[in-house]
Design a protein around this ligand. Structure first.
Ligand code: SF4
Length: 520
């Protein structure tokens, strides 16, 4: 499975704002709503966006998909406010002019992508609609791919309201339109059920109150002759992962203090005190037991091994062992009937079977190569190779467990099979998460991607598909995309087989390595 999948939804809205901005050329010193959000996160990010945008690493090709999806979602949202006009998006001046004309119309209609400039402020509303209550007044509707309301969205809407009012537009109510994650697709997607419309007019008031002073401060930052010095801190990843991290964090040495396991603010505090390396953490700094193990390993450059615990884990395993891993797609717009937004849909598995301790392994794999719902064929193939007894070894088992539970609920004929597999699950993550074994090359992470190379020397480096996020996006691209070259598709499928196969083959290798350690 891919742990990074869990962060996709959080990242998508922030990236969408950035990508929209980079596609529309406009005065770099304007304070747009995207830059306003940058300013809330970090003055250095805001200054760089306005004064040295080329220094910001380009969004990757995979992020283009985020942009395209965001557009699809916005278009669906407009169907809840029919009869409106979609103004020109890519030409900044035309966007402004068309919006002005529509705002002045005697027959006001909803305006989609309405761009409004007030002095050095600019914001573009997903939807402006004539207030159904008051003539001459407009309501703001902000559409988000997220499934819940967050403070950053309220700040975003507060800025929009301020900008529109500064331009002389009378604003009535403000709404956040986010994705309803309980919606289940049945036929064509129903936008009225897909979205939840929240009236946030009252909720934005505290944020609106401070917007004028924030705007003034941010304009001052934009006009500074040099980039302000800002230390790296938690804000680099909150509320969005900053695109400048590869630059701002580049000074950190190998085995640095931000690798402290569950370190929260501790690593940043140490950097503030001039301590950059794990091995340089003074004795008097309070560390958790696991963090202390990291520090000692960084000093000795030797792994930490708790033989008794590892032995107990190994001896608890019941053969034959089935090493199992799933890959999934998860999309904001549910693709298949009976699925929800962001539901994880398994399209691939790999299973390595080892019948005796240290014995040979056999490999079983499944990859759905058609554009229809993969789940029934997936569970048919999986049930055919899982046997009736023996532990099922997963890495971070909660992911696979939940997928099987969902499939069992969707396909009652396989419910018992899914429950049986779940009862046999064992988590190979445990010895590493509990630090029974820790190697300095894990860099504070117990993920398979870090443990496998640290323990066995094998890894994902150089593989065409090397992480779960890439597996998902490449699978979607070649399976659901139009006009895909068959050679390209075949190569991606082969790369996916290799990637998922390494996940389970890697688990076999990890267990083998643990056995060697306990015998050595
Ligand atoms: S990486 Fe951190 S310090 Fe650098 S610009 Fe981003 S938020 Fe600011």
């Amino acid at each position: 499975m891919s742990e990074e999948n869990l962060y996709q939804e959080e990242r998508s809205d922030g990236l969408l704002e950035f990508l929209i901005e980079t596609k529309v050329r406009r005065d770099p010193k304007l304070l747009t709503k995207s830059k306003f959000l940058n300013g809330l996160q970090c003055p250095k990010l805001l200054w760089t966006r306005c004064n040295a945008p080329l220094e910001i690493p380009e969004p990757t090709a995979a992020l283009q998909k985020v942009f395209d999806t965001g557009h699809l979602v916005s278009e669906l949202a407009t169907r809840c406010f029919p009869g409106g006009v979609h103004v020109q998006e890519d030409d900044f001046l035309k966007n402004l002019a068309e919006t002005q004309a529509l705002l002045a119309s005697k027959d006001p209609k909803p305006i989609y992508e309405a761009g409004i400039k007030a002095g050095r402020l600019y914001a573009r509303a997903d939807i402006l609609r004539p207030s159904p209550e008051k003539p001459g007044v407009w309501d703001v509707i902000e559409v988000k791919c997220s499934t819940k309301c967050k403070d950053v969205y309220l700040q975003d809407i507060a800025f929009q309201r301020y900008c529109y009012e500064q331009a002389g537009i009378r604003i009535g109510r403000c709404y956040l339109m986010h994705v309803n994650n309980t919606y289940v697709r049945d036929g064509d997607i129903n936008p009225h059920e897909l979205f939840t419309l929240l009236d946030v007019t009252e909720e934005i008031k505290p944020f609106y109150g401070v917007t004028p002073s924030l705007v003034k401060g941010f304009l001052d930052i934009i006009d500074m002759p040099a980039c302000p010095h800002i230390s790296i801190r938690e804000h680099c990843r909150d509320p969005y992962e900053c695109q400048m991290i590869p630059i701002c964090w580049a000074f950190l040495p190998r085995e640095h203090v931000l690798e402290l396991y569950r370190g929260k603010s501790k690593g940043f505090d140490l950097i503030d005190q001039g301590v950059l390396r794990l091995k340089d953490i003074p004795d008097n700094v309070k560390l958790s037991a696991n963090q202390q193990i990291q520090r000692v390993c960084a000093i000795t450059q030797q792994p930490h091994v708790e033989l008794d615990e590892i032995n107990t884990f190994i001896k608890s395993l019941r053969y034959p062992l089935y090493f199992m891993d799933f890959e999934t797609i998860f999309e904001v717009l549910p693709r298949f009937n009976g699925t929800r937004p962001y539901q994880q849909i398994p399209f691939q598995f790999s299973v390595h079977i080892q019948r005796t301790p240290g014995g040979p392994v056999e490999h079983h794999a499944f990859l759905h190569k058609k554009a229809d719902d993969p789940r029934l064929e997936f569970i048919k193939a999986l049930s055919a190779c899982m046997g009736q007894e023996g532990d099922v070894v997963a890495y971070n088992q909660s992911f696979e467990k939940l997928r099987l539970k969902e499939i069992g609920e969707q396909f009652p004929a396989y419910r018992q099979c899914c429950e049986d597999i779940n009862l046999r699950l064992v988590d190979l993550l445990v010895p590493f998460q509990k630090f029974y074994y820790y190697h300095p090359d894990e860099h504070g992470s117990a993920s398979l991607k870090k443990v496998l190379p640290a323990l066995t020397g094998k890894g994902y480096e150089g593989m065409p598909i090397a992480d779960g996020g890439q597996a998902t996006s490449e699978y979607s691209r070649v399976t659901y995309g139009a006009g895909v070259d068959p050679i390209d598709r075949a190569k991606v499928y082969a790369d996916l087989e290799a990637y998922c196969g390494l996940d389970t083959g890697g688990m076999v290798d990890i267990l083998t390595a643990l056995r060697v350690i306990t015998k050595g």
